[in-house]
Design a protein around this ligand. Structure first.
Ligand SMILES: C[S@@+](CC[C@H](N)C(=O)[O-])C[C@H]1O[C@@H](n2cnc3c(N)ncnc32)[C@H](O)[C@@H]1O
Length: 240
């Protein structure tokens, strides 16, 4: 098994890391870097529903299981949003849903929130969440608990995306608002590392990395302006 290059303090932008600090303590101690929302990037969820899921099912109509990875998922709002859209898409198609989402983050406290599945809803999240109200229960006027049937679709784990080997091949990898904390050159190392786990034909959603680099390693933009990129050439043995 190939060891993944591990990020160090020098790869993180503007991080005030002392000599004994490490990435995990930086990302666990800073509230700023864990900011997330339900349905944070509306275009991600719209394109997932309207373009990516249909395209994957056109590729393989007898698909057994759809695998999605939310890499750097913070407290779980992102993978639960992905799950709501995907489950709704299957329901609308009348196809029995068969998908799993791996939700990983370096910050254990955030992962524990995701496993619990209870959230204080922020004002900006309400409108979109109301469209998906079959997937959660209201505990009080500001708190929701995600339904266990949806929670079962998600495997939460504490993991450093710069250092692990992730096993499975995913159909979709979403890595949003994570790379911006790393210097430009190291972003490429992370993207190369995680996309080894994307199957050919699968889709990566990513920002803050040049599309020229993605093209070099075999990716094609889904459409103009989109942050979804399709893996059109296998980069398994790519040395970029
Ligand atoms: C700003 S949040 C973004 C959360 C979510 N993706 C979103 O867009 O709403 C960034 C998350 O990336 C996580 N992160 C940063 N570096 C990581 C690494 N090397 N491995 C795993 N998670 C990481 C942080 O702990 C944090 O929870």
């Amino acid at each position: 098994m190939i060891d993944k290059p591990k990020a160090t303090a020098k790869h993180v932008y503007e991080a005030d890391l002392g000599p004994s600090s490490d990435l995990e303590s930086f990302f666990s101690s800073s509230m700023l870097v864990t900011r997330t929302d339900f349905f944070r990037q509306l275009t991600l969820f719209r394109e997932l529903e309207q373009l990516v899921l249909p395209a994957l099912f056109r590729q393989e109509t007898n698909r057994k299981k759809l695998l999605i990875w939310s890499a750097g998922c913070s407290d779980g709002r992102e993978p639960y949003s992905l799950a709501m859209v995907t489950q709704r898409w299957f329901n609308n198609k009348g196809i029995a849903a068969n998908f799993m989402i791996r939700a990983s983050d370096i910050n254990r406290k955030q992962i524990d929130v995701g496993i619990k599945g209870e959230y204080q809803i922020k004002v900006g999240e309400l409108k979109k969440l109301r469209e998906y109200d079959e997937f959660y229960q209201l505990i009080d006027d500001k708190t929701i608990a995600v339904n266990s049937s949806l929670a079962r679709r998600i495997n939460f784990c504490v993991e450093d995306i710069t250092s692990k080997s992730f096993g499975a091949k995913y159909d979709i990898i979403v890595c949003t608002n994570v790379l911006l904390y790393y210097d430009k050159e190291y972003r490429k190392v992370i993207v190369k590392s995680i996309t080894d786990y994307l199957r050919e034909g699968g889709y990566l959603y990513v920002e803050t990395i040049g599309s020229r680099y993605l093209k070099q390693i075999g990716f094609t933009r889904l459409k103009s302006g989109s942050h979804f990129f399709q893996k059109t050439v296998s980069n398994d043995n790519h040395s970029a």
